[in-house]
Ligand binder design. Structure first.
Ligand SMILES: Cc1ncc(COP(=O)(O)O)c(C=O)c1O
Length: 378
């Protein structure tokens, strides 16, 4: 794999390296910014929650796609490794020195399983499966590879995405994985993503515990068959303090907590929104209408438009253009050249649009981090 370019070298304006140590007000917009104090608060809070508990964190890379943040998540403690969604993300993580990686997805296709076998030589690698055909493909790719790959059987506990139904079918796939040369059957994966949107925490807890219990029961069924289960991995930012306390759950795959966004902030107010997109007003009528220099090519909008971080009375009135955001100005007028901070609705899809993240502390650019996993889709 080609070495990751230094993000400070390849900024179009050629000024990025020079910005370290300078005021954040000099960063060319639109730009993705992380407030490092807020990030550190979030990492401390999440890793602190798992101190002295059975379950460990396996933070999800898909949220930020930044290897520097992944390393910090591990360094902040109580984490066993990193989760990611895609094989190419796992390759980026391994190149960045992450040694224990779970791809929480099914890997399908001859080219892909060959890459899995190659990657497994460089890190401890596990993948999810939900069918014997995936097990066979993986096992065949590992023949003669001098590497082994861990396997988790994914169980669908209500999200209606990947996964076998809880119970006997999971046991069948687990048996196939346990018998397959080159593979180590590790356990079960289950993601209760259908519950995280529930705003009321008590109602969310009720739904999460009921869903996740299906995964725990499946684990017990596999164990009762004589097949040891080392790991049940699942959970996220919306459920870490629910799923993470359940008997039989070993790993929590939370990712959004590191950077957060305004959608998750309503559900998880204990974490600070560390991620923003700074923009510039490029047009204004001086009263109720202004336009910012960012659109859907710079802010993920799948969970709605961004909000103005420092001007809560103003709203984004149109957010469908590629490079423009229209603001309905209710507060003090906006002038051309003003800088405006936006909180995205969805940090995960926003980070995937950017190549670099400006780390800012007390208004000063502390560093510029590559978003190595940006655009990693395969
Ligand atoms: C497999 C899996 N695990 C965990 C998560 C949790 O992520 P978050 O921290 O964003 O809730 C997700 C989110 O999409 C996921 O797909």
């Amino acid at each position: 794999m080609a070495p990751t370019p230094d993000p400070r070298e390849h900024h179009a304006a050629g000024r990025t390296r020079d910005l370290v140590g300078k005021p954040a007000s000099l960063i060319p917009t639109p730009a993705l910014v992380v407030e490092t104090q807020a990030l550190e608060h979030n990492l401390r809070l999440m890793s602190g929650f798992f101190a002295g508990r059975h379950a460990r964190l396996r933070p999800h890379f898909k949220s930020h796609k930044c290897v520097t943040i992944a390393r910090r998540q591990i360094e902040s403690g109580n984490a066993v490794g990193i989760t990611c969604a895609k094989l190419s993300e796992a390759e980026v993580l391994a190149a960045g020195g992450i040694r224990d990686i779970l791809i929480a997805n099914q890997i399908v296709g001859q080219d892909k399983v060959a890459r899995v076998a190659e990657l497994a030589r460089r890190c401890r690698l596990a993948v999810a499966v939900d069918d014997e055909s995936q097990v066979r493909q993986l096992s065949a790719a590992l023949a003669g590879a001098r590497a082994r790959v861990g396997v988790l059987v994914e169980v669908d506990i209500g999200l209606a995405r990947c996964g076998v139904p809880p119970g006997e079918r999971a046991l069948e796939v687990a048996r196939a994985a346990a018998a397959a040369p080159g593979l180590d059957f590790l356990g079960v994966q289950a993601y209760e993503g259908h519950c995280i949107t529930v705003l009321d925490p008590e109602e969310r807890r009720r739904q999460v515990l009921a869903s996740m219990q299906k995964a725990v029961d499946t684990r017990r069924l596999i164990e009762a068959s004589g097949q040891p289960v080392r790991v049940l991995s699942g959970g996220g930012t919306g459920t870490y303090d629910m799923t993470g306390l359940m008997d039989g759950v070993d790993e929590i795959q939370a990712g959004s907590y590191a950077l957060m966004d305004h959608y998750y902030a309503k559900r998880r107010p204990e974490f600070a929104i560390a991620l923003s997109v700074i923009t510039t007003v490029i047009s204004s009528n001086g009263s109720d209408h202004a336009v910012l220099d960012v659109g859907v090519k710079g802010v993920g909008a799948d969970l709605g438009p961004p909000v103005l971080a420092d001007r809560p009375e103003d709203v984004i009135s149109r957010f469908e253009s590629e490079e423009h955001a229209s603001v309905n100005v209710v507060g003090p007028p906006m002038k051309v050249g003003d800088r405006v901070r936006l909180f995205p609705s969805h940090g995960c899809t926003t980070c995937n649009l950017h190549r670099r993240l400006f780390a800012v502390r007390d208004g000063i650019v502390e560093d510029v981090w590559a978003i190595e996993g940006s655009g990693c889709l395969d």
